[in-house]
Design a protein around this ligand. Structure first.
Ligand code: COA
Length: 146
């Protein structure tokens, strides 16, 4: 299977919103993704397989700092390196933009995601208690210096 990685565009919004709904309990609306397309401080990449959107990753940048909003891959396309490829590109983007560091929050139970982030050099720097509104789960705050 071949995957390609392209900047998110308006034509991807329906599929990205559906993908998010499948991947998260607290998912984003299509409108939210659309507003990210119009946000000059946001950058999103999608992974495509034969014209189908199978994953995405986004980052928001403010004053030299990046914050990964999310990374998600459709269940049937996982464990093929798609999230890794997306993160690699988002980190390269951060370097091109001369960001000092990139942060993210991840549920403390999300061991798979934490492992990926650690693989890319993100380090645990703190926690945010009661961060997720659905089950009051703690978020692990991770940072990667660029
Ligand atoms: C987390 C997620 C994005 C990973 O996507 P993916 O495309 O399957 O990830 P990759 O194939 O790039 O895997 C990369 C690494 O993840 C880890 N990993 C992935 N799946 C794993 C599994 N089932 N068990 C253990 N480790 C796993 C491994 O460390 C792997 O590294 P390796 O390739 O060196 O072995 C995907 O599972 C997902 O969409 N989950 C739901 C949404 C989510 O939780 N997003 C993160 C929010 S912070």
């Amino acid at each position: 299977m071949n995957f390609i990685y392209v900047n998110m565009q308006a034509k991807h919004l329906d599929e990205v919103a559906e993908l998010d709904r499948q991947c998260f309990t607290l998912f984003w609306s299509r409108n939210l993704f659309e507003s990210e397309l119009n946000n000059p401080n946001a950058y999103y990449i999608v992974a495509q397989c034969e014209d189908k959107t199978v994953g995405y990753c986004g980052i928001q940048t403010v004053a030299g700092e990046g914050s990964i909003t999310n990374v998600a891959v459709l269940p049937e396309y996982r464990n093929r390196g798609i999230a890794s490829a997306l993160l690699e590109r988002i980190i390269s983007y951060g370097k091109e933009k001369n960001l000092d560091f990139i942060t993210l929050e991840v549920r403390e139970s999300n061991i798979n995601a934490i492992k990926i982030y650690e693989k890319f050099g993100f380090e645990r720097v703190g926690t945010r208690k009661n961060y997720y509104s659905d089950n009051k789960e703690t978020a692990i705050l991770m940072t990667k210096q660029l």
